[in-house]
Design a protein around this ligand. Structure first.
Ligand code: ATP
Ligand code: MG
Length: 267
């Protein structure tokens, strides 16, 4: 089971779009996928058009089994949804012991549920929920939209994640940096990808960009994955290719586990 937290401290970089459509692509390829939404904006459930009376808030605050929090969204695709109450979790968590580790502890039984991938959607902020997501996951995936602030958000998330993980003597493992909302006609897009390659290629994979496609926006509004809304669209093509790239990365990640000193970020 690979647990991947999708984070960038800049808002609107395509985190939720990636969690839903990458999750859907992996599910279509026969992988068993769980999506966990840790953002009180609750975009994952909204995008997929699902609701559940038990949300992440309950999982984090009440002693219940993780199965009760899981709802099936599509074939091979399950979800733990968020809701507005997750915003007040911050103040509640502050008073709890091991407050950064609650998600990891509550989700321990996940290993019995045989998921191949768990994708965690995160809010664009440093918060206790963000720290919980980080300590729960094995890897970070960082969507970067084609602007300078998004690059800064990626750099901040790496710095803050590294600091937290160092306290737990855990390595920061970045699965990849994903250029999103990429428009090949714009110099800005090309420049941002070139900066990503210069800055991060030695540390992690710079994945093939997800191109701008209004169909991705329309699919979210229609409460459908891009594969349901328009399977022939650019967005569908790009997210299916991203799933393939991720599956190819598996071999590299397994090698990383054997040689953690080479593969993790220390800079
Ligand atoms: N490749 C794309 N092409 C066109 N629009 C996109 C693309 N990816 C995402 N969008 C749109 O951009 C907006 C922001 O995307 P999304 O909600 O996934 O970002 P986010 O990083 O999760 O935002 P937040 O930080 O607020 O949680 C949405 O309206 C989404 O439909
Ligand atoms: Mg989001």
């Amino acid at each position: 089971m690979r647990k991947i937290s999708v984070q960038n401290l800049k808002g609107g970089t395509g985190k939720s779009t990636t969690v839903v459509n990458l999750g859907a692509a992996l599910a279509l390829k026969g992988k068993r996928v769980l999506l966990i939404d840790t953002d009180s904006q609750a975009h994952v459930g909204m995008h997929l058009g699902i609701k559940h009376s038990v949300t992440l808030f309950d999982l984090m605050t009440i002693d219940l089994s993780i199965e009760e929090a899981i709802i099936n969204a599509r074939e091979n695709l399950d979800c733990i949804v968020s809701d507005k109450k997750v915003a007040v979790l911050e103040t509640m968590l502050v008073q709890m012991p091991r407050r950064e580790e609650i998600l990891r502890l509550r989700a321990r039984r996940l290993k019995n549920l045989k998921y191949d991938y768990v994708l965690v959607d995160c809010s664009p902020s440093i918060s206790l929920m963000h720290q919980n997501a980080l300590l729960f996951a094995d890897y970070l995936l960082i969507p970067v939209s084609m602007d300078v602030l998004s690059l800064a958000g990626a750099s901040s998330i790496m710095d803050s994640s590294r600091m937290l993980l160092q306290m737990y003597e855990m390595p920061l493992q970045i699965m990849g940096v994903l250029p999103t909302i990429y428009d090949g006609r714009l110099n800005m897009s090309k420049e941002v990808v070139s900066i990503l390659e210069t800055n991060y290629k030695k540390l992690t994979s710079v994945l093939t960009p997800i191109r701008t496609d209004v169909k991705l926006k329309e699919a979210a509004a229609a409460h459908q994955t891009i594969f349901e809304y328009d399977p022939k669209s650019r967005g569908a093509e790009d997210y299916m290719r991203l799933a393939d790239e991720l599956l190819e990365l598996e071999t590299r990640l397994d090698r990383q586990k054997q040689k953690p000193a080479e593969a993790t970020l220390t800079a």
